[in-house]
Write a protein that binds this ligand. Structure first.
Ligand code: SAM
Length: 309
């Protein structure tokens, strides 16, 4: 029996498999990027979405399949890994689920959403509950193609959307590893003041934005100072970044932290676990992350106790 299912990001199935294995979660089979497990659902940082109550449902016909889903609830997102045409016929009989792009900083959708797929032409797997409010965990935005110098700002937008908080006017932020300036652009656009720190140059248009100050130095030499938000997208070994984050937290300096853990070659699961163990923190794989995780932390909250939204 399948008791949970974990949707891996594209090309990161192996990384999710390693994480589940370390957590003692069995993968009975893969269906596309969906890892099917007989074990109860558990948190998994690398999963884009976790199906928390999957059940197998006979689907002898398109009509019976659609009726079966509708009998359970209204809104269903399809994950199509096979049997595409038959899935499309079933989906056409369900209320349409609009996977509309968000206009940052609008909040994520609040309507209840389940997920389903066809494991075989006559067998569905359907989960009325899942952890992500987005179709297949894909948090997409209306992009700004002219303002930011890179698409990295989408990671910052997604992190803020998922934690339900963002820098506000009057707040002070530090952006470590800021060049060419996508995150700094996004922070300045929210009206907050931001100190951009990098050994490389910021794109001049971003450096000249109101509220932006620039320091051309190493992120690791910077002494902790009181800030509302500490951001980091620095390219560094995760353990080096862990030491930096621990130093800033021990100094009581930041109110919030958002930082990218970047992995080269083998994934350092132990370092990811050390980040996840920081009280008030959580690691998650964003839809816009590559071979990366994002660490989010709030001084005043134990956000780690919940499944990711
Ligand atoms: C992925 S890029 C950051 C992209 C940026 N967040 C954006 O939105 O445009 C990583 C940056 O980390 C910077 N970096 C690497 N080591 C650093 C260090 N020790 N101190 C400061 N910046 C560093 C690099 O110069 C590079 O600009």
């Amino acid at each position: 029996m399948i008791a949970s299912a974990y949707l891996a990001p594209e090309e990161l199935e192996g990384v999710l498999a390693e994480e589940l294995d370390r957590a003692g979660i069995t993968i009975a089979a893969w269906h596309g990027r969906l890892a099917l497990s007989p074990d109860p659902p558990a948190d998994a940082a690398w999963a884009l979405d976790i199906w928390t109550a999957p059940r197998e449902i006979a689907a002898p016909s398109v009509k019976v399949a659609a009726d079966g889903l509708r009998a359970l609830q209204r809104n269903w997102a399809a994950y199509a890994a096979a049997h595409h045409r038959r899935m499309a016929l079933i989906a056409a009989r369900l209320p349409p689920v609009k996977a509309r792009k968000l206009r940052f900083p609008e909040p994520p959708p609040t309507s209840h959403l389940g997920a389903w797929t066809l494991l075989a032409p006559d067998l569905m797997l359907a989960s009325p509950t899942k952890t992500s409010p987005f179709v297949n965990g894909e948090c997409r935005f209306e992009e700004d193609r002219s303002g930011p110098p890179s698409r990295a700002y989408l990671k910052l937008w997604e992190a803020c959307t998922r934690i339900g908080a963002r820098p506000c006017p009057g707040e002070h932020c530090i952006d470590l590893g800021a060049a060419p300036g996508g995150w700094t652009w996004a922070i300045a656009r929210l009206g907050a003041a931001v100190l951009a720190v990098d050994r490389a140059d910021l794109e001049p248009g971003v450096a000249a934005m109101p509220g932006v100050a620039v320091r051309r130095e190493s992120a690791f030499g910077l002494a902790p100072e009181p800030v509302d938000w500490l951001f980091s997208d620095v390219i560094a070994y995760p353990n080096r970044l862990l030491a930096l984050v621990q130093r800033w937290i021990a100094a009581g300096a930041p109110r919030h932290i958002v930082c990218t853990l970047k992995f080269q070659g083998a994934t350092d699961h132990a370092a990811a676990a050390a980040f996840a163990a920081i009280p008030g923190g959580r690691v998650m794989h964003l839809f816009h992350n590559k071979h990366e995780l994002t660490f989010v932390w709030r001084q005043d909250a134990q956000v780690g106790a919940h499944f990711p939204p």
